[in-house]
Design a protein. Structure first.
Length: 436
């Protein structure tokens, strides 16, 4: 009771403050992220209520059957005493990663559920749904109380079966050649494999990719992802991956299918690229390249970083000289910064010669830095090269401000983003509900 009066006092105080500021909207922010708004002039009063007990429609999964025109679920649904009605939904299990709380899941079911149901069922038949084969799903409900508020969620997970596979489609794979930055594979499918697709990932990353992109693109398992994003092939085939990272463990996923297009079991081939460098001192030489650009799109400076034969990897940067002269940065700071791992920057670790294109301003002093690591993980000396960019070309407007970078007083590398061409798969959608 004390908590109720405290909430009531808070509401009165808040309304009094609102009245002094002459607001004309009342906004309600829910923990699910939803926002509800009302015209203040249309609100007669605000009251509080308390209901005892959980408001939910508890579900139990009974069975699933795939059909040619529609799939079917059989479930039991039992409302709690305070549950007046409920909505339901059938969602891919991996979509729950984007609905981590009960409030978020309740909000989703409230939005996608097409009808309210007021009965309990011991064996409800749900039809008009189209689910993927060999995939995890969640059948879920959200219960509504007498005020029409979406309350608790109940869910049951199930797995759809894989369709029958004709024969035993499989693909034999051999690793023909491995270098520091390339891997060559040979593929030989058996007679039962009508086709196959393959895709390579750093070790353990396929599962991460599925968790991240599966809900968006409709991938329910790794096999579906490999078939859509991988390289398709038929018959014997040889393929070489280039641009690989030296000294890195990879996993090649191979997904075969039968004459009917049904996926068989996929296989995984582990392989590790060779390391670069030696056990000696890893060093980097720095050469200042050309300066170019114009005021509208910005200016740039090429810097060429060349590691010696002992370097396994190196890291480089371009820093405004004023940052060092003013004491905002020391060379020890630079060295420590370059030694830190940065897995979120795809250009952080460099292998071989790096011809970097940096944003820069005309007639400004910079220092290019680089440091390399040998095959044993030992860092070599910090290399540096001071220089001043030339004046802007005659007749050009003053240079634009350099693009903000990952560190203050540093400059940004100019990169070209690769286009993303994958086509998303339409998510399963419930078309008709029939409960008996």
């Amino acid at each position: 009771m004390k908590k109720f009066y405290s909430l009531l006092i808070m509401a009165i105080v808040s309304l009094a403050a609102f009245a002094q500021n002459n607001p004309n909207r009342v906004i309600v922010h829910e923990t699910s992220g939803n926002i509800s708004g009302y015209l203040a002039e249309r609100i007669d009063s605000i009251s509080f209520a308390k209901l005892e007990g959980r408001v939910a429609a508890d579900v139990v999964f009974n069975a699933f059957a795939a059909g040619t025109e529609s799939d079917t679920l059989w479930v039991a649904i039992t409302r709690t005493p305070q549950c007046v009605c409920y909505k339901l939904a059938c969602l891919p299990a991996n979509s729950l990663s984007y609905l981590p709380t009960e409030a978020a899941l309740a909000s989703r079911i409230d939005k996608v559920g097409e009808n309210f149901y007021y009965k309990d069922y011991t064996d409800a038949q749900l039809t008009g749904i189209d689910l993927s084969d060999d995939a995890d799903y969640v059948f879920a409900t959200v219960g509504y109380d007498q005020y029409g508020i979406a309350c608790s969620v109940s869910k049951a997970e199930f797995h759809t079966p894989r369709p029958a596979v004709t024969g035993n489609p499989a693909v034999a794979c051999t690793v023909d050649d491995v270098t520091a930055d390339s891997i060559t594979f040979s593929f030989k499918p058996n007679a039962d494999a009508a086709g196959y697709a393959f895709c390579i990932y750093p070790k353990g990353e396929a599962e991460q990719q599925l968790a991240q992109w599966g809900p968006m693109f409709g991938f329910n398992n790794i096999g579906e992802m490999v078939r859509v994003w991988g390289i398709p092939a038929e018959g014997d085939y040889v393929y070489t991956y280039t641009g690989m990272t030296p000294g890195t463990e990879y996993e090649l996923y191979i997904q075969p299918w039968d004459v009917n297009g049904n996926n068989a079991d996929y296989s995984v081939v582990p392989v590790t690229t060779s390391k670069l460098g030696g056990e000696g001192v890893a060093e980097v030489s720095i050469e200042i390249g050309s300066f170019g650009g114009e005021a509208t799109s910005g200016y740039y400076q090429f810097v060429i970083y060349t590691p010696n034969d002992q370097a396994s990897l190196h890291r480089d940067m371009l820093l405004e000289k004023d940052a060092i002269d003013s004491g905002k940065w020391t060379e020890e700071d630079v060295q420590n910064y370059l030694k830190e791992d940065n897995p979120y920057d795809p250009y952080w670790n460099q292998y071989g010669v790096d011809e970097a294109k940096w944003t820069a301003e005309p007639n400004k002093a910079y220092i290019a830095y680089a440091i390399a690591q040998n095959i044993n993980g030992e860092w070599g000396p910090l290399a540096k090269k001071e220089f001043t960019t030339p004046d802007a070309p005659a007749g050009k407007a003053p240079a634009v401000k350099a693009v903000p970078s990952r560190i203050k007083h540093g400059t940004s590398r100019i990169n070209t983003a690769m286009p993303f061409k994958a086509t998303p798969k339409a998510p399963a959608k419930m078309q008709l509900l029939q409960l008996k």
